[in-house]
Design a binder for this molecule. Structure first.
Ligand code: NDP
Length: 248
């Protein structure tokens, strides 16, 4: 289904990004697995893919740095050609009360979650427009919809990502490009391993979820795959929650 599509998954070395990378490779995409510091984890994801007969390559870049994004795309384009599918997944969440955020922590979260996604999109949209085909999926969060305290820069970054999806869909859908948001709820990954290791906290989270369980990265990957398919060609500017009903 995705044969020959050059696909970049930012933050593809762990968690939700790794599950997406593996699923898209299973569907035939040539997947480039971006990571910031976890080289071994990225290589492990690529090995899982290639051992299953797929195509994958790791690539290091800190998406919070625009110069690094440019370097990453220069390298990808030289080796593989233009990116057909971009999954803006790399993300960072650091929790504390709004009154405590130092400037550098605020900047790191906004630069990774929002600015990085914007500049990766900027880099692919021009070539996608010329080709007349492209797919972008932005991995946001239920926190773009509902405030919960203790993570306001994260929620702000994800709300910004939502409007970025809509702006880009509005501007580029006429060129055969779709841009959509996937909104995961509570998904068990390294991002929340610390807080979920407290059984009382985990119980409180589960009780908020109508499905009464915490999702896995593999629960997010299938909707991303669908949004990349030809059947989804008329879906653009949309936001789809994958949250066990958390936002009801
Ligand atoms: P993880 O913490 O498990 O993985 C984060 C990934 O992002 C890693 O591959 C990491 O690479 C990469 N990354 C972080 N910062 C950068 C950076 N500056 N440049 C490049 N890569 C970077 O996170 P999840 O899998 O849980 O989250 C993935 C996405 O899903 C995020 O956008 C998150 O906000 C969103 N999400 C997650 C939810 C959850 O419950 N888990 C719920 C809703 C949304 P490295 O290890 O090399 O740093």
């Amino acid at each position: 289904m995705l044969n020959g599509k050059i696909t970049l998954v930012t933050g593809g070395s762990r968690g939700i990004g790794a599950a997406i990378a593996i699923e898209l490779a299973r569907c035939g995409a040539s997947v480039i697995v971006n990571y910031r510091q976890g080289q071994t984890a990225a290589e492990d994801v690529c090995r899982t893919i290639t051992e299953a007969g797929g195509i994958a390559f790791p690539i290091q870049a800190d998406v919070s740095q625009v110069a690094d994004i440019e370097r990453m795309f220069d390298s990808i384009e030289k080796t593989h050609g233009n990116v057909d599918i971009l999954i803006n997944n790399a993300g960072l969440e650091i929790r504390m009360p709004s009154t405590d955020y130092p400037e550098d922590v605020f900047d790191r979260m906004l630069d990774t979650n929002l600015k990085g996604a914007f500049f990766c999109s900027k880099r692919v949209l021009k070539a996608m427009k010329e080709k007349g085909w492209g797919r972008i999926v932005n991995i946001s969060s239920v926190h773009e919809l509902r405030p919960t305290g203790n993570r306001s820069p994260y929620s702000i970054s994800k709300a910004g990502m939502e409007m970025m999806t809509r702006e880009h869909a509005f501007e580029f859908s006429r060129f055969g490009i779709t841009v959509n948001t996937v909104i995961p709820g509570a998904i068990r990954t390294d991002l929340n391993k610390g807080v979920l290791s407290d059984p009382a906290y985990e119980k409180r989270v589960v009780e908020l979820i109508p499905a009464r369980w915490i999702g896995k990265p593999e629960d997010v990957a299938p909707i991303v795959r669908f949004l990349l398919s030809e059947e989804a060609r008329y879906i653009t500017g949309a936001s789809i929650t994958v949250d066990g009903g958390l936002m009801l």
